[in-house]
Design a protein around this ligand. Structure first.
Ligand SMILES: [Mg+2]
Ligand SMILES: [Zn+2]
Length: 180
């Protein structure tokens, strides 16, 4: 469907790609807990410089579990966007799934609903061959593949055996952008 458009887009998972996944219950529930991964902001700016539009697609079932409300999540994302914009890496959109895995929604990755939502809302005219889903979970790879995107797996050890379905593997976003 979105085969011959003009927009090359980097769809990015958030936790473990842009920011550190926190310990404990694993959710960033306030901006004060948000820690950029070293080099991530620069990597986003590099992507922007290479002509990619930047779209964050993130599962946040901490909302569905009652660990934070949607307002807290929106505040985190407002701050994230402001930080990125100040760094020359303005993000085109942040799309999150607040549902629990057990809700069976269409937007929680590995389903591709969030990606389709972003394409619709931002009016993206995707150049599929040059667009990527970058994530650190097999769920991300599945969602990207289901949307017809190239997939880039962020893994601590650059080992494609960790996820054979990924089109490429890199140990961090900073390394990933060199491949794009
Ligand atoms: Mg992740
Ligand atoms: Zn959802």
């Amino acid at each position: 469907m979105y085969t011959d458009g003009q927009d090359k887009v980097a769809f990015l998972d958030r936790d473990g790609v842009i920011n550190e996944t926190p310990g404990g219950h694993g959710y960033v529930t306030a901006w004060e807990q948000f820690r950029f991964i070293d080099g991530a902001l620069d990597a986003l700016r590099t992507l922007k410089g290479k002509g990619y539009r930047l779209v964050v697609v993130t599962n946040q079932q901490g909302v569905g579990k009652g660990l934070m409300d949607i307002g807290a999540l929106e505040t985190i994302h407002r701050n994230l966007r402001a930080c990125c914009a100040r760094h020359g890496a303005a993000i085109d959109g942040v799309f999150s799934c607040p549902h629990r895995a057990s809700d069976g929604c269409n937007c929680r990755k590995p389903r591709p609903g969030l990606i389709h939502q972003a394409i619709r809302k931002l009016g993206l005219d995707l150049d599929l061959a040059r667009s990527w889903l970058i994530g650190d979970s097999p769920r991300d790879m599945e969602a990207g593949a289901a949307a017809g995107l190239n997939t880039l797996f962020i893994a601590p050890i650059a080992d494609s055996a960790l996820h054979p379905a990924a089109s490429a593997v890199a140990p961090s976003l900073a390394d990933a952008v060199k491949l794009l």
